[in-house]
Design a binder for this molecule. Sequence first.
Ligand code: ATP
Length: 262
Amino acid sequence: MTAVPHLQIKNLRAKIEDKEILKGLNLEIKGGEVHAIMGPNGTGKSTLASTLMGHPKYEVTDGEVLINDEDLLEMAVDERARAGLFLAMQYPSEISGVTNSDFLRSAINARRGEGNEISLMKFIREMDKKMNTLEMDESFSHRYLNEGFSGGEKKRNEILQMMLLEPSICILDEIDSGLDIDALKIVAAGVNEMRSADRGFLIITHYQRLLNYVKPDFVHVMMQGRIVKSGGPELAERLEAEGYDWIKEELGIEDETVNANV
Ligand SMILES: Nc1ncnc2c1ncn2[C@@H]1O[C@H](COP(=O)(O)OP(=O)(O)OP(=O)(O)O)[C@@H](O)[C@H]1O
């Protein structure tokens, strides 16, 4: 029996160009759980996602992150992916000259390792199946990665990648932005299909509407580079209805921007 995946973030601090963005963030995600993070613009949500994935522009200055009890921060980006971490990016990159299917197959094989590559037939079958679920036209498999994709098509493609890679800890950074209502439901169905006891999710979003379709177990509010409040789905409903002022008042926060607390 494989152990339940587990991500532990302890007192994480990170900076970019001498500006501290993450200021002692704590969070724990286990397999089977869906966590949502909401928070005002510029409070460090994407920084958290990129820091966890190992983007070199962020420097970790303190704290610890463990994935299945192993030190995530010591791992190179590809090792993090192999350890089961996945990030669906807020702004996916375009790569001209590399077809979507070549990219996806390389990513799967890199994860599976030498000698354990997926056969071409199996890959095509899997990709077709997942593209069907996401209602993506077959042409997206041979178009260059994200090149000319609309905002919503890029987001669907990120979820396609997640479905094919089958990671154990999935970070979805504003996967709902740019999606029309039908696309939102399709993407949410893709995420829900992936929910299992073997997989945990961290969903970064500004809007309750995604959480109507992907029901979170925990909702966290991030301000000034750390989690300042946690609750259940009712917290997201209150944020949608009332915004963030009540939390700032409750916690005595005068300015929610990260600069205010440097
Ligand atoms: N290269 C950089 N130099 C200076 N500051 C930066 C740099 N990159 C990011 N930042 C700052 O880091 C802060 C956190 O940005 P981040 O994208 O993590 O916020 P966010 O909570 O995801 O915001 P949003 O909700 O708008 O997506 C912002 O104030 C941003 O301007």
